[in-house]
Design a protein around this ligand. Structure first.
Ligand code: PLP
Length: 393
């Protein structure tokens, strides 16, 4: 039998995508019982029962059909009302319901980016946000946040960002509050950036997945929806995953200029056609009845963040500050430079599962990400495991 030739190669931009280093660490724990899993960005609690009940009721009522590309109208209206309360009025014509936040990012990217487009991203960053434009052949230019050793917090050098946003740049991508650092963009910086992007015709893609997860007592982080005009070149991606603890449901949304929404509907048609109806029904109930649950979740997260910071503070060589938003502590251990190797050693020698900072780009090298959306006792147990590891290594 003659050997058959290998199939023609996949596209170059796909072959050069990186594999997830978080998965690599989690996979290294397979077959090792008792590892504390702080690596993934997922709340530990099951979705609140009233949301699950709404999905079951919609399913039992027979909601098993295709729906409008942009989402069922009651959900789009619900989102318009939900967003208009804290932000400027958002018309329903600007909203597209998507199959998760990551799909919202993909739809926005497909609408905006083609081969060779220059896209600037503030990093370190959840890799999906930078890899999606690369799938489409865009060139991603990284502008790094600075780690301030004195405060343990991450800061943006706005001048450096503006200098990178040269005329001809297609878009800037911002994730605030940021995964992994918790950095949260100030209103002042948003205003300056919006003016710059208007002047140079640059799109802003704002990933606001952690908008509700802020710990300064306010109910949301500054959003570009507070300051932008309806026809500004702005796409805001968001998700039900985090604030409503619905990661497995895969439901999100995009806010775009009204003139773009019908175009987004075409893209949704060719990607998923629509989000599942019974899940959209449940999301409508989450929006309508979920405010207390969101607030309780954020209050609990704040306690968990404080408990983790308090437990790590006495350990020698831990460099960190309490993050203002999201649900991660992105910290450094003095003298440690290879975060992937360190994260694997923490799994095998201490039973502690953290994400390596290099998973979020070279700017994150040397750091570890600890998701604190887990019970306080488990966080303290993890801190104790780290203490023992440091004492013996
Ligand atoms: C920064 C950021 N954006 C978007 C998402 C998308 O979440 P999902 O696809 O679950 O809606 C995540 C999830 O971890 C995230 O960290």
């Amino acid at each position: 039998m003659t050997a058959r030739p290998a199939p023609p190669a996949l596209r170059e931009s796909i072959r050069t995508l990186g594999a997830s280093r978080i998965r690599e660490v989690a996979n290294s724990a397979l077959g090792r019982p008792g590892v504390l899993p702080f690596w993934f960005g997922e709340p530990d609690a099951v979705t609140p029962a009233f949301i699950r009940d709404a999905a079951i009721a919609a399913m039992l009522a027979g909601d098993t059909f295709y729906h409008h590309n942009l989402g069922i109208l009651p959900l789009r209206e619900g989102l318009a009302a939900y967003l208009s309360a804290p932000h400027r009025a958002i018309d329903v014509s600007r909203i597209a319901v998507t199959s998760a936040g990551v799909n919202a990012l993909m739809i926005a990217a497909q609408a905006l980016f083609g081969p060779g487009d220059r896209v600037v991203a503030i990093v370190p960053l959840w890799p999906n946000v930078t890899e999606i434009p690369r799938i489409l052949g865009a060139e991603v230019v990284r502008v790094a946040l600075d780690f301030e050793a004195a405060s343990g917090l991450w800061e943006l050098d706005l001048e450096r960002l503006l200098a990178a946003l040269t005329p001809g740049t297609r878009a800037v991508i911002i994730n605030s509050p940021n995964n992994p650092t918790g950095w949260t963009m100030s209103r002042k910086d948003q205003v300056t950036l919006l003016a710059h992007c208007r002047e140079h015709g640059i799109w802003i893609v704002s990933d606001e997945a952690y908008e509700r997860l802020v710990f300064d007592g306010s109910t949301q982080a500054p959003s570009f929806l507070d300051i932008a005009e309806p026809d500004d070149a702005l796409m805001v991606a968001n998700t039900f995953s985090k604030a409503w603890q619905m990661t497995g449901w895969r439901l999100g949304w995009l806010v775009a200029p009204a003139s773009s929404a019908p175009e987004l509907g075409k893209l949704i048609e060719y990607n998923t056609s629509c989000a599942p109806g019974f899940i959209q029904q449940a999301a409508l109930v989450a929006l309508r009845d979920g405010e207390d649950s969101v607030r309780r979740f954020v209050a609990e997260l704040a306690l968990r963040r404080d408990a983790l910071v308090a437990a790590l503070a006495p350990l020698d060589g831990v460099e960190m500050g309490a993050p203002p938003g999201a649900m991660y502590l992105f910290f450094r251990l003095a003298g440690q430079r290879d975060s992937l190797d360190l994260a694997k050693r923490l799994v095998s020698e201490a039973g502690l599962g953290l994400a390596p900072g290099s998973a979020f780009g070279p700017e994150g090298e040397g750091f570890l990400r600890w998701c604190f959306a887990r019970p306080v006792e488990q966080l303290r147990d993890g801190a104790e495991r780290l203490r023992r590891f440091l004492a013996t290594s």
